[in-house]
Design a protein around this ligand. Structure first.
Ligand code: GLN
Length: 455
């Protein structure tokens, strides 16, 4: 599969044949389920004629495309507008190519809760591709896309990238416009690239980033493109969080230790730090995320938005509509979010979670006074088998390494470093200072070269 960088040099005829090749590959590899139903067998449409095809997660609106966030409640919803990130693709000669599968409303870590069915991990079809951007990661990993867009609220770009052996990057909160992206948790959501390598991630990140007046959380600060000046030779100070690693399994621990040695050999300085218990990250995240989700999803009531199940009165219409339209995991989160925001519990849960969130941010800031970057695992283990998580809580606990980054609004990039004994990829992430994506990508280039995963 050619890289995004190579695709950018193709002429119109070559782009046409690339698109045709991808269409064929998608039809042959339909069983992996990277794309949502309407894109699996028909000829795949592009959002812009003769553009370089980029796979786009199903929670990103594109004019005249069915945009559902893989929820029954939005089935047959035809989008009347195009998200800024896709408009930015168009400006660079790229186009959206197929909506990829995802956990319903981006709630999940395995792409098992989509109304279109699950996506398989292309490296082992009995295992999950990760989530929630599992379709995007599996598409890049299986050669059904040259690059893709995902969204990351608590790890949904980085974790599926790690499980599928590709690169996934979550920008600083505010760096990429969320106008036209279906909201899950508005103080955490960010859109970012999933690609075959670090350089492609920088190229796609440059294309989608920048201020957008249509998104009130968009950061109006100077932005200099990164890809043209990537520097893998910069010597950096990289912090490792010693108390984090005990939560990981043995092969992840070993990959982490090996990578630290390789980074030292590349001339970087490693310093050792500790942070608060990751269980507190989980508690804070799942209170904040579900609270915001309950507010964001209240619009899907069958009246203003979404499919309606008719009943004899308004209350029953709401009840029947939401019961039929939302899957179990989404319903659970709406209930939890409504609970933590209700009077009497607001101070005990929501306010406390926000305080913990600030403490996490302070801890990161303190580390970044001495370090340029932080190195951490992406997940405690490699991709699990389907159905391995027996409860929602077990699944939530697999998010321990990714969610603090969103709570603090920081940029981070997940890079495959080694394989476990079953030949499944192990990903590690570098975390950067807010708005310092340049240093993040420089360090990521160096890490990618040091581990030489593709050898
Ligand atoms: N697994 C996390 C959750 O379910 C993260 C999902 C995401 O980043 N969208 O909330």
């Amino acid at each position: 599969m050619i890289t995004l960088k190579e695709a950018l040099t193709l002429n119109a005829d070559e782009i046409k044949s690339l698109t045709a090749d991808l269409e064929n590959k998608i039809k042959t590899d339909k069983h992996i389920g990277c794309y949502v139903e309407q894109f699996k067998s028909e000829d795949i449409k592009l959002s812009l004629d003769n553009s370089i095809p980029i796979a786009v997660k199903s929670n990103i609106n594109i004019t005249s495309w069915e945009t559902t966030a893989c929820s029954n409640i939005l089935k047959n919803y035809i989008s009347p507008y195009t998200a800024t990130v896709v408009q930015n693709l168009h400006k660079a000669g790229l186009g959206a190519f197929g909506h990829t599968n995802m956990d319903e409303f981006a709630m999940g870590s395995s792409t098992e809760t989509s109304c279109y069915g699950r996506t398989l991990n292309p490296l082992d079809n009995e295992k999950v591709p990760g989530g929630s951007s599992g379709g995007s990661a599996a598409a890049v990993a299986s050669g059904q896309a040259i690059a893709a867009l995902g969204t990351d609220t608590g790890g949904s770009i980085r974790q599926p990238a790690a499980y599928c052996g590709v690169v996934g990057m979550k920008p600083t909160y505010g760096r990429v416009s969320r106008y036209g992206i279906i909201a899950y948790s508005s103080s955490l959501d960010q859109c970012g690239p999933i690609t075959q390598n670090v350089e492609d991630a920088a190229i796609l990140y440059d294309i989608i980033s920048g201020y957008d007046a249509k998104d009130s959380t968009s950061a109006n600060i100077d932005y200099t493109p990164i890809a043209p000046s990537l520097d893998a030779n910069k010597k950096l100070t990289i912090a490792v969080i010693d108390n984090f690693i005990s939560e990981a399994d043995d092969c992840t621990k070993k990959a982490y230790a090996n990578t630290i040695e390789k980074l030292k050999d590349a001339g970087h300085t490693i310093i050792h730090k500790n942070m608060m218990d990751t269980k507190k990250h989980i508690s804070s995240y799942y209170v904040v995320a579900t609270a915001e989700a309950s507010a964001n999803l209240s619009r899907y009531d069958g009246i203003r938005y979404g499919n309606r199940v008719e009943a004899t009165n308004l209350k029953d219409t709401y009840l029947k509509t939401k019961s039929a339209g939302f899957g179990k995991e989404v319903q659970k989160r709406i209930l939890l979010g409504t609970f933590v925001l209700s009077s009497g519990y607001y101070d005990a849960y929501y306010i406390k979670a926000q305080k913990v969130r600030h403490l996490i941010k302070d801890e990161f800031n303190a580390i970044f006074e001495e370090a340029d970057l932080i190195l951490s695992p992406v997940a405690p283990a490699t991709a699990p088998k389907f159905g391995a998580f027996e409860s929602s809580l077990e699944m939530y606990l697999s998010d321990i390494y990714t969610i603090s980054v969103n709570l603090a609004g920081l940029p981070a990039i997940s890079i495959p470093v080694e394989k476990d004994k079953n030949n499944m990829p192990i990903g590690l992430q570098l975390i950067g200072k807010a708005y310092d994506e340049k240093t993040l990508f420089d360090g990521a280039m160096s890490l990618e070269q040091s581990v030489n995963y593709k050898k």
